[in-house]
Design a protein around this ligand. Structure first.
Ligand code: APR
Length: 239
């Protein structure tokens, strides 16, 4: 288990943190990429080729996200933030479960499912309903230029300079529920470790980046994250 009090904690989450809420991961055997061709639904080229197919893919995920509840892992991470003075969650997930559990110091580096981006004027809007070829931008009022506010393969993830600053100053880096297959998130552990942080992985199975971690705890996030957070708070004498 982790040693005494950490001052600055960065937590990276992936699809595995939402799996126990019933949201599919991407690369597990029954995952999203086993059902859809990533090149068709998660690249700018796929959107240019067939925007309707991409809208339908995200419309289905947006509809499926309604009524999904955060699980004990999301709740424990929100409690950590509320109890410890310097915690940042960087999530690769586009679901809104960290916010629903109470996390506020949160970066969605791959964007958000419940948000839309106008490719013409660049404005972003909260978005809960279906989106299509004729959807009108609430800002510039033009039809046919709205897209999901999600970062596709080949696009630059959001708020990378804030993330890199946080990785350079943290003394504990925790990765939860990610397979470590997608850059730049998969490189965060090495960056944090190079700056002297202790690195811990919590995942159902060893990720591709397991060799970079000082410590690994295996299991379902909803079962292993709450005791891990309790231990952090006990070490910091915050509970
Ligand atoms: N608890 C903990 N970990 C779990 C659970 C669970 N209940 N279920 C699955 N996992 C683990 C899997 O073992 C796997 O290592 O979560 C990880 C999920 O990996 P991926 O499906 O690859 O998802 P992720 O790492 O978040 O993908 C990163 O790839 O496709 C892009 O943009 C997409 O953000 C996504 C990025």
């Amino acid at each position: 288990m982790v040693a005494p009090r950490y001052e600055r904690i960065v937590i990276l989450t992936g699809a595995g943190v939402s799996a126990d809420s019933g949201i599919s991961t991407f690369r597990d055997k029954d995952g999203i990429w086993a059902k859809y061709d990533v090149r068709e639904v998660a690249t700018p080229e796929g959107f240019a080729r067939n925007p309707l197919r991409v809208h339908e893919f995200y419309n289905r995920r947006r509809r499926d996200s309604a009524g999904v509840e955060p699980n004990a892992a999301h709740v424990a991470l929100a409690r950590l933030e509320q109890t410890h003075p310097d915690v940042l969650v960087v999530t690769q997930n586009v679901d809104a479960l960290h916010e629903a559990a109470g996390s506020r110091k949160l970066i969605h580096m791959h964007g958000e499912l419940l948000s839309a981006l106008c490719a013409r004027c660049g404005e972003r809007h909260a978005w809960h309903e279906d989106m299509g070829l004729e959807t009108v931008c609430p800002s510039c009022h033009r039809p046919g230029c709205m897209r999901p506010n999600v970062v596709w393969f080949g696009e630059m993830p959001y708020r990378m300079s804030e993330i890199e600053n946080a990785l350079a100053r943290c003394d504990l880096f925790v990765s939860i529920g990610t397979s470590g297959n997608v850059y730049p998130a998969s490189g965060f552990v090495a960056q944090a470790r190079a700056h002297g942080a202790r690195t811990v992985e919590l995942n159902l199975e060893p990720s591709s980046g397991i060799s970079h971690f000082h410590e690994a705890i295996q299991g379902r996030a909803s079962e292993i994250v709450p005791p891990f957070v309790e231990q952090l708070l006990r070490n910091a004498e915050l509970m």
